[in-house]
Design a protein around this ligand. Structure first.
Ligand code: HEM
Length: 489
């Protein structure tokens, strides 16, 4: 790759675009370089070499290894690689990947705050997300929009996750969790992550989509599982994107499944609009249909459908994996587990909240968030060229020794009655893109963890906690968090 330049230009082949899309998906950035839509010179788009001056400032340093080596480490040894870069280069460093993709990581609370407070005109999230995500979530999704349109969708969605409204879902979430726990095998190892995925999927279908009819529930579940399994293998999916390779190509199967999912949701939306009790209902779909923007306008059916798909894909696996991590950590820290059970038995929930915060700190499911830099800017005294991704690094910031004692240790006590340090704990991202489902995810964890602990006694299937493994954009337990039910409680 001469001069480290981006090889793509407007008009390049679809295959090249698909390769970049695929590549970025694999890298876990969820964000593409929309070169054709960006202003900026080739050098800016490629990302300058370390030490090169830009208006008197230098770009952040980073490993000088070939991009292919950095890519392998990023994919296969992500925590080792991030720890190494942080130790060697400090609070701001550059990672270079093929196709001119350049990630500038920031790991100090002050700089994270600066990124989250930065102008939406300079630091864009939605525009870049669109490359990968738009075929899945649709053009109206809050994830792929920027500027006023993004803010409008956020304002329409956010009230659905207000604390008072969520309380109406407690019974349904508890029922779903108990039904799943009843299916767990006794005395032999099983993986908790898929079990948790089953719970969070049912919660989305029932509480978010408001589906009560069991046949439709079953059909939606089937389609979602199919689409998720196609998406787990992004290489063949994006390599066949938009190419006429017959009905059995991964992309063709994806499009068929997605269209079937859209059709089922469209039917659900149409029926719900006509429901006589629409204004009494507490599911997210009904609340979205009732929501009005500042001009008094409601969302169209297409907008509602895209937001439902967004909530599904943003909220289902993230919450399930966080639950799996919570149990993996609890089962390998018997003292913490005993204290949690004792406090829950006495009706206290403060320690549970600390356990959830500590899990999200030490095992963040999403390791970093990213903003595409639209025009050259400056951060922490470094020049940040247009075209690079500026990445507040959740994993590294949440493990800083100057913020946390023994930062690698799972120690919920640090949060008992204690708020996390500002911009030193942000598993849900921040600023105007902060996760819309943060309260919902936390609420779900507050219900599911006690349900499990009340119903069964678990022991870990292995002596050591699971290692972190990358799966697409998430950090997951390498073995799915295996455990054994030893007895009903
Ligand atoms: C533990 C579980 C979860 C984690 C760790 C998580 C994390 C995140 C992160 C890191 C972002 C990006 C924020 C940024 O760019 O600054 C995000 C965005 C988002 N999340 Fe979550 N999330 C979780 C659960 C959920 C749930 C349950 C929902 C909804 C049902 C949800 C809906 C969204 C949406 C809609 C966005 C896009 C917000 C925007 O672009 O304005 N998430 N989430």
């Amino acid at each position: 790759m001469p001069g480290g330049r981006c090889q793509l230009a407007p008009g390049d082949s679809r295959l090249s675009r698909a390769a970049v899309a695929l590549y970025r998906n694999c890298l876990g950035t969820m964000i593409g370089i929309m070169r054709s839509t960006l202003a900026g010179s080739d050098a800016e788009l490629a990302g300058r070499q370390p030490g090169q001056a830009t208006s008197g400032l230098v770009s952040p340093k980073g490993p000088r290894w070939p991009r292919v080596v950095q890519t392998w480490l990023w994919l296969k040894r992500p925590t080792w690689f991030l720890d190494y870069c942080s130790r060697t280069y400090g609070d701001v460093f550059t990672v270079r990947l093929p196709f001119g993709i350049t990630l500038v990581h920031v790991t100090s609370p002050e700089l994270v705050k600066a990124v989250f407070g930065g102008s939406d005109d300079v630091l864009r999230a939605g525009e870049a997300n669109a490359t990968i995500l738009e075929p899945i979530v649709g053009p109206h999704s809050v994830l792929v929009l920027d500027g006023p349109e993004h803010l409008r969708q956020r304002k329409l969605i956010l009230p659905a996750f207000h604390g008072d409204r969520m309380r109406a879902w407690e019974g349904a979430i508890g029922d779903i969790a108990r039904a799943e726990i009843a299916r767990w095998p006794a005395g032999r190892p099983f993986a908790l992550r898929p079990a948790m995925q089953s719970i969070t999927l049912d919660v989305i279908v029932r509480v978010v989509f408001g589906v009560e009819d069991s046949q439709r529930h079953h059909e939606l579940r089937r389609l979602i599982l199919k689409i998720t399994s196609i998406g787990r293998n992004p290489l063949p999916l994006y390599a066949t994107r938009d190419r006429k390779l017959g009905p059995h190509s991964p992309w063709a199967r994806f499009v068929r499944t997605r269209d079937a999912l859209h059709a089922a949701l469209a039917e659900q939306i149409r029926e719900r609009r006509q429901a006589a009790d629409l204004d009494q209902r507490s599911d997210v779909l009904s609340l979205l249909l009732e929501a009005r923007d500042e001009q008094g306008s409601a969302m169209t059916d297409d907008e509602v459908r895209d937001e439902l798909v967004t909530l599904l894909f943003a909220g289902h696996e993230t919450t399930a994996t966080s639950l799996a991590w919570a149990f993996d950590l609890l089962l390998h820290h018997r003292g913490v587990l005993s204290r949690l059970i004792a406090e829950l038995d006495s009706g206290e929930t403060q320690y549970l909240d600390a356990v959830i915060r500590e899990t999200l700190r030490v095992r963040p499911v999403i390791a970093l968030v990213d903003r595409q830099v639209r025009t050259a800017t400056e951060i922490g005294g470094f020049a940040i060229p247009a075209g690079v991704m500026l990445c507040p690094n959740i994993y590294l910031t949440q493990r800083r020794e100057d913020l946390y004692d023994d930062p690698a240790e799972f120690r919920p006590e640090r949060f008992a009655g204690q708020a996390p340090p500002g911009f030193g704990w942000f598993p849900f991202g921040g600023g105007i893109r902060r996760c819309l489902g943060a309260s919902f995810a936390t609420y779900e964890m507050q219900i599911v963890i006690p349900e499990v602990l009340r119903a069964v006694t678990l022991r870990p299937a292995s002596r050591r906690p699971a290692r972190v493994r990358r799966e697409s954009v998430t950090f997951v337990p390498h073995d799915g968090a295996r455990c054994v039910v030893t007895a009903p409680r």
